[in-house]
Design a protein. Structure first.
Length: 546
C-alpha cells in the first residue's frame, strides 16, 4: 500500500482558483445583464446624465459579448488560468474606463466597479499582479480625468475625486494582497493537515491489514466503517470470494448476527468505562474455532461506535499449550526410555517363568496379569514417544476424496467391519488439504475404531461424513456412531491424557488424536448433545483448505 508523504497542492490550489474565476465571471455576466436591462428601461438615456448614448450602448453590447465568451472559456477551463485571468481583468479595466469616458464624467458610480475588479483579481491570483492592476486602473483614471479637463467638459473639482478613486484602487490591491497571502497560508495548512489525515488513515489501514487479529470498526448504527482481511478469515468467510466485495457500509447484523447482538448488549451496559475492563472482553464460539472479542469505544461514550478486535482464542490456547507440552514432551521421552529398559527385563523374566512346566494355575494367573500390565505399559510408552514426535509433521497436499476412500477400504478390511455397517458419505469433497498423511490416518483410525467398539455393530452403526462448503474455509470430517453416547461428567475430561473409562485403555488415544490435529493446524471436537444429530457420540475434525 503506497503512502503519499509529499503534499501535492498545485492541483488543489489551481482548482480553487478556477472555481473563484467562475464565480467572478458570473458576477461580470450579471453586471452586463443589468446594464442591458437598464438601457432598455431608460431608452432616452436619462440615467446616463450627460453621456454619449450611442457609444454607451455599443460598449454595453460589447461588454455583454465579452462576458459570455469569458464565461464559456472559464467553464471549460481553457486556456491556462495564468493567461486567462490577467487577460480578463485587463479587458475588464479597459471596458470600465471606456464606460467612464462614455459618461463624460470620470468620477461616477461606474468607476467603483474598478475596486471590485481589482479586489477580485487580487484574491483569485493570490496577490500576484495586484499592484499592476491598480496601477493600470490609476493610469486610466488619471488620463481620462485629464482628457475631461483639457476638453473642458469636467470641472477641476472632479480631479480630487479621481485621485481618491486611484488611491482606493491601490489600497484595495494592497489589502487584497495581504488577505490573499493569509488565505493561501490557510489553504496550504489545511491541505497539509488533510494530507496528514489521509496518510494516517493509510498507515492505519496498512497496520490493520498486517495484523494477525481481525479488526472491525462500527459506528453508532453498527455499520461497518473499516475492516481487515483477518476479520473475514476468522469469521469463516472465504478469503478469495470475500476480497472481491467490501464490507464497507454493510450492517454488522448481516455479517455476524451473534457479534451484533453482543455489541448491542455491550453498548446498553451501564458499567462505567473505567470499571469495565473485564466486560470489554467477550467470547464467541463458531463451528471451527473459539474467538475472543476485545471491544474499545471510539469515544468516551459507547454509543458513538466501537473498535472490535477479533482474536483466535483457540489458536492462542494451542500455542500456549504447545509451549508447555514441548518441555513436558522432552521430560516424558526421557522417562519413557528409562522405563522401557527395566520393563523389557520384567517382560523377559515373566516369559521365562511362564515357560516352566511345574507352574501351578494360581501362579500362571499372576504371571498373565504381569504380562498384560507389561504390555499395557509398553503401549503407554509407545504412545508417549509418538506424542513427543507430534510436532515433526511432514505435511503434504492430500486429495481428500481419494484419501478418505482408500482409508475406508483399508479400515474395513483390517478391522473386519462389514461395509453395510460402516457408512461413507462424501459431499463436495473435491478439494485439497495440507496434512501429514500418517497423522490423518492415525486420527481417523483411532476415532473410527472407538466408534465401532461402542456402537451396536448393526447396519449404519458407524458413519464417516466428509463435507465441504464454498462459503467457509474448512473441510468437515464427522465420525458418528449409534452407541449410548458419552456421559456429561466424562465430556469435560475426554481429551485429557491418561483419562480412560476402560480397564485396558491407556487414556492417550483421543489426547494424541487432538494433539496430532493441532500440530497440523486442524481442530478435533466432540459435538454437544444439542449439536449432535446422532444418538451416540459424534466427533468432528475441522481442516483448513490448502
Amino acid at each position: 500500500m503506497a503512502i503519499d508523504l509529499t503534499p501535492n497542492l498545485d492541483e488543489t490550489l489551481t482548482a480553487a482558483r478556477w472555481r473563484s474565476l467562475k464565480l467572478y465571471n458570473g458576477y461580470r455576466l450579471l453586471i452586463a445583464l443589468l446594464f442591458l436591462a437598464t438601457q432598455n428601461a431608460f431608452r432616452d438615456g436619462s440615467f446616463l446624465q450627460s453621456s454619449e448614448l450611442p457609444l454607451f450602448s455599443e460598449l454595453i453590447l460589447g461588454y455583454f459579448i465579452f462576458s459570455c465568451i469569458s464565461a464559456i472559456l472559464t467553464w471549460v477551463e481553457k486556456p491556462n488560468i495564468d493567461f486567462n485571468l490577467p487577460t480578463q481583468i485587463i479587458i475588464d479595466i479597459v471596458f470600465i474606463l471606456l464606460f467612464m469616458h462614455a459618461q463624460q464624467n470620470g468620477v461616477t458610480g461606474i468607476g467603483l466597479l474598478l475596486i471590485i475588479t481589482i479586489a477580485s483579481a487580487s484574491l483569485i491570483s493570490e496577490g500576484r499582479l495586484a499592484l499592476f492592476y491598480a496601477a493600470l486602473a490609476t493610469i486610466g483614471i488619471l488620463l481620462e480625468q485629464s482628457y475631461q479637463l483639457v476638453s473642458a467638459s469636467s470641472p477641476m473639482e472632479n480631479y480630487s475625486g479621481a485621485v481618491m478613486l486611484s488611491l482606493s484602487c491601490f489600497a484595495t490591491a494592497w489589502l487584497a494582497y495581504s488577505l490573499a497571502k493569509r488565505v493561501q497560508q490557510s489553504e496550504l495548512l489545511a491541505s497539509e493537515r488533510g494530507l496528514d489525515v489521509k496518510n494516517m488513515a493509510q498507515v492505519n489501514a496498512l497496520i490493520t491489514h498486517e495484523m494477525q487479529d481481525g479488526v472491525l470498526v462500527v459506528d453508532q448504527n453498527l455499520q461497518i466503517k473499516h475492516h481487515n482481511t483477518q476479520a473475514k478469515r476468522l469469521l469463516g468467510f472465504d478469503i478469495e470470494e470475500s476480497e472481491a466485495t467490501s464490507w464497507q457500509g454493510e450492517s454488522l447484523q448481516s455479517i455476524s448476527p451473534e457479534i451484533s447482538d453482543m455489541i448491542r448488549q455491550w453498548i446498553n451496559e451501564l458499567t462505567p468505562l473505567a470499571e469495565s475492563s473485564t466486560t470489554n472482553i467477550l467470547k464467541l464460539n463458531t463451528l471451527s474455532r473459539e474467538l475472543r472479542l476485545r471491544l474499545l469505544p471510539v469515544a468516551e461514550n459507547r454509543h458513538q461506535g466501537a473498535v472490535i478486535f477479533i482474536e483466535d482464542w483457540s489458536q492462542m490456547q494451542t500455542q500456549a499449550h504447545q509451549v508447555k507440552l514441548a518441555a513436558l514432551g522432552r521430560l516424558t521421552a526421557n522417562i519413557a526410555h528409562e522405563i522401557r529398559n527395566p520393563l523389557s527385563a520384567i517382560s523377559h523374566a515373566n516369559q521365562l517363568l511362564q515357560e516352566e512346566e511345574d507352574c501351578n494355575p494360581a501362579n500362571k494367573r499372576m504371571l498373565q496379569i504381569i504380562a498384560d500390565n507389561v504390555q499395557r505399559l509398553d503401549q503407554i510408552i509407545k504412545d508417549v514417544l509418538e506424542l513427543n514426535r507430534r510436532d515433526r509433521t511432514n505435511q503434504e497436499m492430500i486429495h481428500l476424496e481419494h484419501f478418505i476412500t482408500d482409508f475406508y477400504t483399508q479400515f474395513c478390511a483390517v478391522e473386519k467391519i462389514p461395509t453395510h455397517c460402516f457408512k461413507l458419505s462424501l459431499h463436495n469433497t473435491d478439494t485439497v488439504v495440507a496434512f501429514d498423511r500418517r497423522h490423518l490416518n492415525q486420527i481417523l483410525w483411532n476415532l473410527c475404531k472407538n466408534g465401532w467398539r461402542h456402537s451396536q455393530n448393526i447396519e449404519n452403526s458407524l458413519e464417516l461424513t466428509v463435507s465441504n462448503s464454498a462459503k467457509i474455509q474448512d473441510v468437515h470430517i464427522e465420525i458418528s456412531d449409534d452407541g449410548e453416547g458419552i456421559p456429561e461428567n466424562v465430556r469435560n475430561h475426554l481429551f485429557e491424557p491418561f483419562f480412560t473409562t476402560e480397564k485396558s485403555g491407556t487414556g492417550l488415544g483421543l489426547y494424541i488424536a487432538r494433539e496430532l490435529a493441532d500440530a497440523n493446524g486442524a481442530k478435533l471436537q466432540l459435538k454437544t448433545p444439542a449439536q449432535s444429530t446422532s444418538a451416540g457420540s459424534q466427533f468432528i475434525i475441522y481442516i483448513k483448505k490448502a
